[in-house]
Structures are given as C-alpha cells and as structure tokens.
Design a protein around this ligand. Structure first.
Ligand SMILES: C[S@@+](CC[C@H](N)C(=O)[O-])C[C@H]1O[C@@H](n2cnc3c(N)ncnc32)[C@H](O)[C@@H]1O
Length: 214
C-alpha cells in the first residue's frame, strides 16, 4: 500500500514538474509573440517617432469621407496656405490641393508619406500644390499658414497644441479640428455630427476672447 502511494506521489510530482516546465515555456513563447507583435505595430504605426514624447504620440487613423467633406465645407471662401498637422495618407492635403489650396502635410511616418506621394502622382496633382514633408509637427514653424487642419487626440495633445497655434499663427488663420474639439476655445462654427463632426476656430476671435495665458 505504502509503495502504491509512493508511486502515485512520484507520478504526480513528475506530472506537475512537466506542466511547470511547459507553462514556463508557453509563457515565454506568448511573451515573445506579444513583444514581436508590439514591435511590428510600433514599426508601422510609430516609425520616426523616437524623439516625440510618448504622451504626444498619436497613431494613424484616417479621416472618413464625411469628415473630409465637412473639413472642405469649412474651408469654403478661405484663402492662403494650408497645413495638415499629421497628414497620414495625405487625404486632407490632397482634397484641399484639388480645391486650389497650396497645401502641406507634416508627417513622421515614412510609409504614410510614401503612400501620400504615390496617391498625389496617381491623382495628377503637382508636387508644388501638395507638399508632403517628414516633419515633427511640434517642431514646425506654423507662422506661414492661414489654414490648419488637425485630426490628432484629445487631452494633453489638444492643450499643448492650442498654445502653439495661438502663439504662432497669423491673425487671419482658421484651424479646423476633427473629432476632438478644443476644450478652451469657442468655435466659430461646426459641420457634421457624431464622429464626423469638425469645428472651425478663427485665431482673431480666440485672441480677442481669451486672456493671454490660454
Ligand atoms: C489621426 S491621424 C490623422 C491623419 C490625417 N490627418 C487624416 O485626417 O486622415 C494622425 C496622424 O498624425 C501623425 N502624427 C502624430 N504625431 C505626429 C508628429 N509629432 N509629427 C508629425 N506627424 C505626427 C500620425 O503618424 C498620424 O498619421
């Protein structure tokens, strides 16, 4: 009887150590897989972002068709150069350029930049009307633009951007913001609804209505 218990205990111990070994190996494999998927994701979503602080990194999410149309409506009757901050696959820049705006896209993701340039070629839009630049939007000088389009993120990104725009843009500038409205600024007008809603902010109004600090 005692012998049987010993044999059973031995078998259980062997089974448990076998399971432990495999559980550790499985954990290692899963960890490795997660790291590889994250690495791949980071390569495609955040290439070129190493100098941008984590809190300000915004991933690529393209504007919907309705969103692009809403932005174009708020650009009607506007003049001057346009910049899209974080131009992604270039859809806003190309839509604005095809309406006659001299447009620039600032983007850090080289894959998206290459795609945008290919689409520009495919649509037959001259490079001097739609320019795509590998440029960190936080480091860019925005003083030469009268029209700015923004589809980034809520929270900190918006708060820091509000200050940069107010400090750098000329008085006649209009900023059109997609999906995440500015929290401290009164909008001049808005177009669309739900996820496709966009808001226009005129710098002249902002400077008149808000104290210097905001
Ligand atoms: C939500 S997507 C919007 C893309 C495009 N504007 C549109 O409406 O379809 C934000 C884009 O901003 C880019 N981006 C984020 N941070 C940036 C930075 N610091 N400098 C330049 N581009 C940036 C991302 O790579 C991404 O393509």
């Amino acid at each position: 009887m005692e012998d049987n218990v010993d044999v059973i205990m031995e078998n259980v111990t062997t089974l448990l150590s076998f399971r432990d070994k495999h559980a550790t190996r499985l954990g290692g494999i899963l960890g490795g897989l997660t790291a590889s998927v994250y690495g791949l994701w980071a390569v495609f979503v955040f290439p070129g972002f190493c100098k941008v602080p984590w809190r300000l990194r915004v991933p690529f999410l393209p504007s919907s068709k309705a969103q692009v149309q809403n932005v174009m409506k708020l650009l009607e009757d506007r003049k001057g150069r346009l910049v899209d901050l974080g131009s992604g696959d270039g859809r806003l820049v190309l839509a604005a350029a095809s309406r006659g705006f001299q447009s620039t896209g600032y983007e850090l993701n080289s894959i998206l930049l290459a795609y945008a340039k290919t689409r520009r070629w495919w649509l037959g839009i001259p490079a001097n009307l739609a320019t795509f630049m590998k440029q960190d939007l936080w480091m860019a000088d925005l003083s030469g633009f009268s029209n700015v389009t923004v589809f980034l993120a809520p929270g900190l990104v918006t708060r820091i951007l509000e200050k940069k725009l107010k400090d750098e843009l000329p008085d006649d500038a209009r900023i059109i913001v997609c999906r995440f409205p500015f929290t401290h600024w009164p909008a001049t007008c808005s177009e669309g609804s739900g996820l496709d809603q966009v808001w226009a902010y005129d710098i002249q109004t902002i400077k008149k209505q808000l104290p210097k600090s905001k």
